[in-house]
Design a protein around this ligand. Structure first.
Ligand code: ATP
Ligand code: MG
Length: 287
């Protein structure tokens, strides 16, 4: 599995219909992928420990997708086993009144991961150029209306790229995942949420309403991904009709990225090593 096949290069004009939702990179079944996912999770645990010990970089994972594409379950599976003290998950919902009284990056900036940590965004600042754009929400928000001109989205893509670049240049590694699910598969998953009692709680009639805007969302995603994929903050389009493959691919991207950082435990100075030795002797001489 070559992760570069799924990475969107800067300035690439993405057309989502050109990207498969069903691709599994040759893996034939969930069972076949299981071992590799487990290995990746083991590697991630090891790398996270070094990231935490080194306390220099942070990792920000951004998940965006249509409803029922599997954001929650991908986050759950891929992060299983990680040290909870070093991991922070944030789900971004409709902004509160307080949040709307600030620029849209305010609530994001407040929760970007600190050094040594992994931050996971379930939705993100990208909602600002997705749901807000599709439903033309700015016109009912407190933002001065004369600021909303025909270049508003272009400006927001630039603001987002500048913001992500700023994070990168301060030590945050950013990976952005679009879980790409087909419209048919989404329908199947909604139906399963209605029919399977254990999944009823996940169903929301509003999601079915939102499905009517499918094409508008696909277009908004295409524009946002095309405008904001950068070497320092790349988008990955993850085929997500097979949940097990989406999980595997996401884990692979994370492991490959962390490996490139060449994370190592700090080497202690001679003095520190001598101090440790002294402490050991003291301990051994005690009861
Ligand atoms: P689930 O898979 O559990 O449904 P979810 O991420 O869809 O998870 P919900 O509480 O159902 O969570 O929905 C959150 C809603 O908040 C989404 O419809 C999303 O579009 C909306 N939202 C997020 N950010 C913004 C924003 N900046 N402006 C307007 N709406 C937003
Ligand atoms: Mg929802």
């Amino acid at each position: 599995m070559k992760i570069s096949n799924y990475e969107i290069k800067q300035s690439k004009q993405v057309k989502l219909s050109d990207y498969s939702t069903k691709d599994t990179a040759g893996f034939k079944s969930k069972d076949e992928a299981k071992e590799l996912l487990e290995q990746n999770i083991e590697k991630m645990i090891e790398l996270q420990d070094k990231l935490y010990a080194q306390d220099k970089y942070s990792l920000l994972l951004i998940f965006q997708a249509m409803d029922a594409a599997g954001k929650d379950s991908t986050i759950k599976h891929v992060m299983s086993g990680l040290n909870p003290q070093g991991t922070q998950v944030y789900s971004f919902k409709q902004p509160s009144k307080e949040e709307l009284d600030h620029g849209y990056l305010w609530r994001i900036q407040k929760v970007v991961p600190e050094r040594g940590r992994i931050g996971i965004f379930n939705r993100s600042h990208y909602e600002e150029v997705l749901v807000v754009k599709v439903h033309d929400l700015l016109k009912s928000q407190p933002i001065p209306q004369d600021l909303i001109d025909k270049n508003i989205w272009q400006k927001r893509y630039e603001q987002i790229s500048n913001f992500e670049n700023y994070l990168y240049e301060n030590g945050t590694i950013i990976l952005k995942f679009f879980l790409h699910v087909s419209k048919d598969e989404q329908k199947e998953r909604f139906l399963a949420r209605i029919e399977d009692q254990s999944k009823n709680w996940k169903f929301s009639a509003a999601d079915v309403e939102e499905r009517k805007y499918w094409d508008d969302y696909q277009k908004a995603y295409e524009e946002a991904i095309s405008a904001t994929s950068r070497k320092n903050a790349p988008w990955y389009i993850i085929p997500a009709d097979k949940k097990w493959f989406a999980r595997l691919l996401v884990s692979e991207v994370i492991v490959e990225t962390l490996k490139k950082l060449k994370l190592e435990y700090l080497k202690l100075s001679k003095e520190r090593l001598a101090d440790l030795q002294k402490s050991k002797e003291v301990l051994l001489s005690q009861d």
